[in-house]
Design a binder for this molecule. Structure first.
Ligand code: NAI
Ligand code: MG
Length: 795
């Protein structure tokens, strides 16, 4: 007789299908054909396209391809619904979000099956991961609606938001987009991906049932053109996009200069780093989750396995053994690990990239079992002998394909991990807490999982930087993406008051000041540097008096300044907050000692009068104190996530920031922008006020006497927009701030698409003298991005 152990060994899985009856019934109720959901009503179906079940390649339904007129109608409905929705008390919106969460839970099974049918992902995942997380997002954001007034004072909803989502987590991406937008008081036009529109349509019905007012949520279906019509619509105030970096770049360019707020969650090639002391059995299960979860169609998939050399062979052997046991098949079978790839084109793309990898000379391995031949299935695939520069090591495959590389030392692992244009997520495996928490901050990624992978929660922000996009979804950090400063209650902007006094009388009052008193230079790498070309510009006051000269920096000067800022970045980012604060205090002290001279210079350049000029200097000194104070106080957070562990939200410097200063307030504008940037550990290249640059050139000597490390602040004077464009194009500049004209904003936002750097570009004027308008957390947020480090604990 067989022992129990033997029976366990020889036992086969029987089929355990989840019933599709309810989902098919829902489709039948709609006669398997759908219009859009606009203003609380279904529109008549128009020009339709087929929606396919990728596990069978059979059509499930037909859905209408949205036209420009459909998008117009949806925007109009959202606009009409905005004022009443935004005007509701936070508590009322909280109740609506709560009702949505309940509605999701009530229809959980229908949604899970429908998602599996449409996308091909396993029912185990839709039932246990996607749908519960969707409900969790609505509950969590019901809370933010309730707390909006008290936790985000001075902020309000942006308006009508356009949201475009991908096919890999259709309902979950909808929730990540809709929940925070609604909590903040925005109204919505959402376009699901063309491969997977069904759960969004079902959600529209659930939202309607739950009593969400008509026009607050509008769902428009369609392909890329429909998405583009939303992006380019004048009536849309913000675009939130998740999808490919390629389309993200198109959207960045399309919205440049439009004033639309933008958040992008794009691709990745995330490293999964294993050190030689890691628990290899846990690592194997981690890898399964990292790259075979959702068939690898996950933006943050751990698709690059980086293993310390000594354990590589052992780990690969264990992985192959585990891969032999993975079960792939019908997505509705409750006992499969992997379902189908979303669509034939995606399957072809994966096949093409795998073939490319083989052609490049890497070793490809797949389990011996056979894949179903009907439907879009692809087996789990492991590459070894991969060159770091090869296509399969660099390009996002978005399929169940893992590439393995080895490293010797922790430093090497960081270099290899960061050898990618992306910066979305990373996983770090080691039993040493010291090593894990040393490595996590060094990895360029918005999320780092320690001894875990693919953990998500509504309370912790998700998102990346570099070519993975910008902005966060989830948590307090995600709420900012759907809020703008509300202008009520702000003091009106004080323009530069030009006095009509004659130059001569002012001169008499000031005493004789030589007209040209300096050899104009730039400030690069801590030194006063001659500009590449000898051109200088005469600086005139508004009444035409010569105040001095300043150099016209060019492309080459910007390059030198970026190099200096890059060289200083690592050390400055690691300096303690206390040290950075000390240096800011020291700058303030040295500026204060020369306050009269700076006030005179500002008055001479701008003719604002002695009083306002002096106010500007005093405000600059105070502002330096503000950021000296913040330098050791801009703390992160520990998010309450539902795991045994913590998610540490760290405010990290962005890196090298380019700053084009406003024309007005030539000293205060510069300090208001450079001080928060350096207080938080960034290094900067500053383009001072173009008409009035001499307060900046005078400032060099203040910096020189204040122990500011070389390269932390670099200053290049000249044509603001031309220099800003060069900075915005530069791949080693990680963020670009611009305070100028609308045309200049467009220029900067367009140029930023080269490496998808974060921009803060505006033509809106500010009252820099006013503490609410000119300083504070808004500036600190712009200077940092949140990295969430997940650290599970317990044995
Ligand atoms: P995609 O980026 O084209 O599609 C995402 C969404 O954008 C869809 O709703 C689509 O209709 C819409 N869209 C397409 N062109 C648009 C345009 N010009 N303006 C506005 N919206 C537009 O992604 P696709 O083609 O489905 O997949 C291609 C590759 O992108 C995948 O193989 C994968 O590498 C990557 N991808 C990454 C995702 C992520 O979450 N990071 C999600 C989906 C795809
Ligand atoms: Mg489909």
């Amino acid at each position: 007789m067989a022992t129990v152990a033997e029976i366990f060994q020889s036992m086969e899985y029987g089929p355990a299908p989840e019933s599709e009856k309810e989902a098919l019934g829902w489709l039948a109720k709609h006669e398997r054909v759908f219009g859009h959901f606009i203003g609380g009503e279904w529109t008549e179906p128009g020009d339709v396209f087929d929606v396919i079940n990728p596990a069978t390649n059979q059509p499930l339904a037909r859905v209408t391809n949205g036209t420009a007129a459909d998008v117009d109608a949806a925007v109009a409905a959202a606009r009409a619904a905005l004022a009443p929705w935004k005007g509701l008390a936070g508590h009322a919106r909280a109740r609506h979000l709560y009702a949505l969460a309940r509605g999701i839970q009530k229809h959980a099974r229908l949604l899970a099956v429908l998602e599996s049918l449409d996308n091909g992902k396993s029912i185990r995942e839709t039932r246990d991961i996607d749908v519960p997380l969707v409900a969790r997002h609505f509950y969590h954001h019901a809370g933010w609606a309730q707390l909006l007034d008290s936790e985000f004072p001075g902020y309000e909803a942006i308006g009508v938001v356009g949201q475009i989502i991908p096919w890999n987590f259709p309902l979950l991406m909808l929730a990540w987009k809709i929940a925070p937008a609604l909590a903040a008081g925005n109204t919505i036009i959402l376009k699901p991906a063309e491969f997977t529109p069904l759960t969004a349509l079902c959600f529209a019905e659930i939202a309607d049932e739950a009593g969400i007012p008509a026009g607050v949520i509008n769902i428009v279906n369609g392909h890329g053109d429909t998405g583009a019509a939303i992006v380019n619509h004048d009536g849309v105030d913000k675009i939130a996009f998740t999808g490919s970096t390629e389309v993200g770049r198109i959207i960045r360019k399309a919205t440049a200069g439009s004033g639309k707020k933008l958040s992008l969650e794009l691709g990745g090639k995330s490293p999964f780093i294993v050190y030689d002391d890691a628990d290899l059995d846990s690592v194997v299960e981690g890898v399964v989750d990292a790259i075979w979860f959702n068939q690898g169609q996950v933006c943050c998939a751990g698709s690059r396995l980086l293993v310390q050399e000594g354990i590589a062979d052992r780990l690969v052997a264990k992985l192959r053994a585990r891969m032999e046991k993975l079960r792939l098949g019908s997505p509705l079978d409750k006992a499969v690990d992997m379902g189908a790839i979303v669509a034939p084109v995606q399957l072809e793309r994966i096949r093409g990239l795998v073939k490319h990898g083989v052609d490049e000379g890497a070793t490809m391995w797949q389990p011996t079992w056979a894949c179903p031949t009907e439907g879009c299935f692809y087996p789990p695939t492991l590459f070894t002998d991969v060159q770091p520069s090869s296509t399969i090591a660099q390009v996002e495959i978005f399929g169940p394909v893992l590439v393995t590389m080895t490293f010797r030392t922790p430093d090497e692992s960081v270099a290899l991990a960061n050898n990618t244009p992306y910066g979305l997520a990373a996983s770090v495996w080691t039993e040493s807490i010291n090593l894990a928490l040393d490595i996590a901050p060094k990895i360029k990624a918005g999320v780092v999982w320690v001894n875990s992978t693919n953990l998500f929660d509504a309370a912790a922000g998700f998102g990346g930087y570099r070519e993975s996009g910008f902005g966060r979804e989830g948590g307090r950090e995600g709420m900012w993406e759907y809020l703008k400063r509300s202008h009520d209650g702000l003091t009106p902007v004080v323009g530069v008051a030009r006095t009509s006094r004659k130059a001569s009388s002012r001169k008499a009052a000031r005493g004789a000041m030589p007209a040209i008193d300096r050899t104009p230079k730039l400030f690069i790498g801590g030194k006063q540097a001659r500009p590449d070309q000898g051109y200088t510009k005469r600086i005139l006051s508004p009444s035409g008096e010569i105040v001095g000269e300043s150099p016209e920096g060019n492309r080459k000067d910007i390059r030198n300044a970026v190099e200096a800022a890059q060289a200083a970045a690592g050390k400055w980012s690691r300096a303690t907050g206390h040290n950075r604060g000390q240096i800011l205090y020291y700058i303030a002290e040295n500026l204060s000692a020369r306050a009269d001279e700076f006030a005179d210079r500002i008055d001479a350049m701008t003719e604002v009068g002695a009083k306002l000029a002096r106010m500007e200097v005093d405000a600059s000194i105070s502002r330096l104190f503000t950021y000296a104070a913040w330098a050791d106080k801009y703390d992160g957070a520990v998010h309450s996530v539902p795991i045994r562990g913590v998610s540490i939200a760290m405010n990290e410097p962005i890196g090298v920031i380019g700053i084009a200063c406003p024309d007005a307030f030539p000293l205060l504008g510069l300090i208001s922008l450079a001080a928060p940037a350096i207080a938080t550990g960034n290094t900067t290249i500053v383009i001072p006020s173009a008409p009035h640059p001499l307060a900046a050139t005078d400032f060099y000597s203040v910096l020189e006497t204040s122990d500011v490390p070389d390269g932390v602040i670099n200053i290049v004077t000249g044509d603001r927009d031309a220099l800003a464009k060069t900075l915005a194009e530069h791949d080693d500049v990680e963020a670009m701030w611009y305070f100028g004209t609308r045309d200049g904003t467009r220029l900067v936002e367009l140029a930023s698409a080269s490496n998808m750097k974060r921009t803060w570009a505006t033509w809106e004027e500010r009252n820099w003298l006013d503490a609410e308008d000119g300083e504070g957390r808004e500036f600190l947020r712009a200077s940092t991005h949140v990295k969430n480090i997940w650290v599970p604990y317990g044995e």
